[in-house]
Design a protein around this ligand. Structure first.
Ligand code: GAL
Length: 795
């Protein structure tokens, strides 16, 4: 049995080694529920040792303690405490007994604690040490930022992550057969091959058990059952069952992410269930081809991916399933079908969501090996821990149908010297030993094959290239027979709502040597998709190349969302990245619609910029569109002409002399109107509008309602440059979990009951309590009529 172990923890920000003692008095400590990230609660400060690159928030040492009652009959059981992730260097004591240390902040780990428990009250203490800074190129968060679980099993049990399901299908469509014979076109047979690893800590080693395997479909109907003969279960032993077949299986795909559940039971000779564990899995197959690219279930498709860091904006690193789901919903609507978990193993719930929502995943282990990128980063632990960390990631994650690639590292320094060869081979072997069903990749930047030692290891299944989009074209000629994926692309820089035209595309910074001076006083980058880092390219430059060639299996754009840290190119007070297609608050920048017009089939027409300019200014008006032959633009009812995309154009544009009023775009196909979009010149701010992403949420103490706050003029138009300070009041059964406005250089705190709007918008994140009822949010701002919204919470 696995239960949440998140509640009733005590927390102290600081170091007190006496806290590991069960007798320690923690009555003055703060009470909280995990997951918890103390960094996000802190104040931005340029002097914080994490530096702006790490998000400019405090780090340090923190302690957590929790008093708990040992599960009944724990003496006859195995009790395990599981941490999904602690950033970082966690050390754990139970009743003063030291359990161990785990340096890597992104690994999931556990301790078997039965022998340290006593009847009644027990104390667990966890020290988290994130004080050696800087330690990361992005914001890490600090604390027990993922879920914690307590598991109780019999002494004969299935190991943690002890089930590995290999599943796939054969089909007559591909001329395939089963043992029984050839399959006809349209005929499909699924296969499920579970592998189970056991523990046996019981004294009775001669007792025999049966293992029962049951597969249920998504509707809960049993589709398969298999029971083994009675046999001994030795400690640390395994069992593989290979030929379980499902006729006409439902196939997992990104459009129809169908999941089966495998339930494994250990049953003794009296027919008593001793232990049971289940896992979801999907039946699917995929292939990378050096010339034809990627295919899923036999159908060619491009991997349309984004890279994501793990932070959840204003919520920091603290895991929240709804916040992750919202990010994925926003990505899905844009047309994204794949996520790269840059540059570390994600929270397990993130992968569950990808399975359920239909995303392919490139699951990445490391951003560095033995050679550092930042002074105190994981290179210090790599020699002692890489095997364990990599193995634990594969074992934890290998049942997710979403995962199609294991990445052993991002832009690893060992590319550049010969130690890269042996390390690559070692890491690939670690992965293959645990899972041969997926290719292993690494994201490379050294483009000369003979100088790239990771490539020279000749152990990777696919060539993963970061940036260098001009090299896509000749890849098959330069690397005959090599499979190719653009593991990281673009690095365009944009600020939502900020527009600045330029005759040529800007590279900020322009090279690796020159100090960046080209910025503006708004600390912003134009949302016209005309700025990128010098090693990168704009969204349009990149996608035009990637879409041209079938041998480019796909791409992962850097990044789907802005993230905390790496505020390139701006210095302080910039403290979060400009790379996102969507800002930190979750509001799309305009490029979002370029992708949507290219990556989805739904009709898109999006025009930019806003329509509040000085009279007579020449303004570039862009339209992203699809499913139409042309777009006609009108200003105050007067046509400014029709435009159609030519060649590889991804947008159309008009130069318009600004005149206040209404800008209207109409897309047409065969002369028939498809979509109409209007932007109006807004007047002075007059009122506040509150829009909830969901008005009914769960009263589980975790669920969230994301409230978009918009500043409107008297006629109801969003005021594009409004920066009014909004004050929030919450009544009822909820609280504000965070506020944001997406501005990369704002130093306002995320945990607050106020926020300035930025380009007309800000965000308040409401979290439920466990009490059912309502949450009322009221937003007020000087000189504006206030507004309120009611969210209902139910069990
Ligand atoms: C890449 C790196 C990413 C990020 C990005 C910014 O080289 O892999 O982590 O730093 O640059 O452009």
């Amino acid at each position: 049995m696995r239960t949440s172990f998140n509640k009733d923890w005590k927390f102290f920000l600081g170091d007190d080694s006496a806290a590991k003692s069960p007798l320690y008095n923690d009555s003055k400590w703060r009470k909280l529920t995990l997951p918890h990230d103390w960094s996000i609660e802190g104040k931005f400060d340029e002097k914080n040792p994490a530096k702006p690159e790490g998000g400019g928030l405090p780090t340090g040492i923190g302690w957590y303690r929790k008093e708990f009652t040992a599960p009944a009959n724990f003496k006859d059981r195995l009790i395990t405490i599981e941490f999904d992730g602690v950033y970082k260097n966690s050390e754990v004591w139970v009743n003063g007994q030291y359990l161990g240390k785990r340096p890597y902040g992104y690994s999931s780990f556990s301790y078997e604690i039965s022998k340290f428990l006593k009847p009644g009250k027990n104390i667990i203490a966890v020290k988290v040490d994130n004080s050696a800074q800087p330690d990361s190129r992005w914001y890490s968060g600090s604390g027990i930022y993922r879920n914690v679980w307590l598991t109780s099993t019999a002494k004969v049990a299935i190991q943690e992550h002890g089930i590995f399901v290999k599943a796939g299908f054969v089909s007559g469509d591909f001329g395939e057969s089963t043992d029984v014979g050839n399959l006809q076109p349209g005929q499909t047979v699924g296969f499920v091959a579970p592998q189970v690893n056991f523990i046996n800590k019981s004294v009775d080693k001669i007792k025999k058990y049966k293992i029962e395997f049951t597969v249920q479909n998504q509707e809960g109907k049993q589709v398969l059952q298999h029971t083994t003969k009675e046999d001994l279960i030795e400690d640390s032993s395994g069992k593989i069952v290979s030929n379980l077949l499902i006729n006409k299986p439902e196939i997992w795909s990104v459009d129809r992410p169908y999941l089966y559940t495998l339930l494994v039971k250990i049953i003794d000779s009296e027919n008593k269930i001793i232990d049971a564990q289940s896992t979801t899995f999907g039946i699917r197959r995929f292939n990378f081809d050096a010339l034809k690219g990627f295919s899923l279930n036999g159908k060619p498709m491009k991997i349309l991916g984004v890279c994501l860091h793990h932070d959840l904006g204003a919520l920091g690193a603290a895991v929240n399933v709804r916040a992750m789901e919202r990010q994925l919903e926003i990505m899905k609507k844009m047309g994204v079908n794949a996520i790269r978990t840059a540059h570390n193993p994600p929270a397990p719930e993130f992968l569950d969501l990808c399975d359920k929502m239909g995303f392919l995943v490139m699951d990445e282990a490391f951003d560095m090996w033995a050679k550092k990128k930042t002074k105190n980063d994981y290179h210090l632990n790599f020699p002692d821990w890489h095997k364990r960390d990599l193995e634990d990631m594969i074992k934890r994650d290998r049942n997710h149908p979403s995962i199609i690639l294991w990445s052993i590292g991002n832009e690893i320094r060992e590319q550049f010297d010969s130690t890269g060869i042996s390390l690559t081979r070692e890491l690939v072997a670690i992965v293959k030993n645990l899972d041969k069903t997926r290719p292993v990749i690494s994201a490379l930047t050294e483009t000369k094959a003979e100088k790239n030692f990771i490539y020279q290891a000749n152990a990777l299944d696919i060539y993963g290239l970061n940036y260098n989009h001009k090299l896509y074209k000749d890849f098959p000629a330069n690397y005959p027979g090599v499979k190719f994926l653009a593991t990281e692309t673009t690095s365009a820089l944009e600020t939502r709502g900020f527009y600045d035209t330029a005759d040529t595309i800007r590279r900020w910074p322009k090279d690796g040597k020159t100090k960046f001076t080209e910025g503006n006083k708004e600390w912003s980058a134009s949302a016209y998709d005309n700025v990128s880092a010098y090693w990168g390219s704009t969204h349009e430059e990149t996608w035009k190349e990637a879409k041209k060639y079938d041998h480019v299996s796909g791409l992962f754009v850097w990044t789907g969302f802005d993230y905390l840290g790496e505020p390139l190119p701006y210095p302080w007070p910039a403290r979060s990245s400009y790379f996102g297609i969507v800002d930190l608050a979750g509001f799309p920048k305009d490029s979002y619609y370029m992708y949507q017009s290219e990556w989805t089939n739904k009709p898109v027409l999006h025009i930019l910029p806003h329509w509040n300019w000085e009279k007579g200014k020449s303004v570039e008006v862009w339209a992203y569109y699809n499913n139409a032959d042309e777009v006609e633009l009108y200003l105050n009812g007067k046509s400014l002409g029709k435009k159609s995309k030519q060649g590889d154009d991804l947008h159309v544009l008009w130069h318009v002399n600004f005149e206040a009023g209404t800008l209207k775009a109409v897309s047409r196909k065969n002369g028939k109107e498809v979509l109409v979009r209007e932007v109006k010149t807004a007047g002075a701010p007059a009122k506040i509008e509150l829009l909830a992403d969901r008005k009914n949420i769960k009263a589980d103490g975790k669920d969230l309602s994301f409230i978009t706050v918009r500043i409107l003029d008297a006629a109801g138009n969003v005021v594009p440059n409004a920066d009014n300070l909004v004050n929030f009041k919450v009544e009822g059964n909820g609280f504000i979990a965070g506020v944001d406005n997406g501005f990369q250089a704002s130093l306002e705190p995320f945990k607050a009951n106020y926020r300035k709007t930025f380009h007309g918008l800000c965000l308040a994140i409401l979290q439920s309590t466990e009490k059912t009822g309502t949450i009322k949010l009221t937003a007020a701002s000087a000189g504006l009529s206030s507004s309120s919204i009611l969210i209902h919470t139910a069990k």
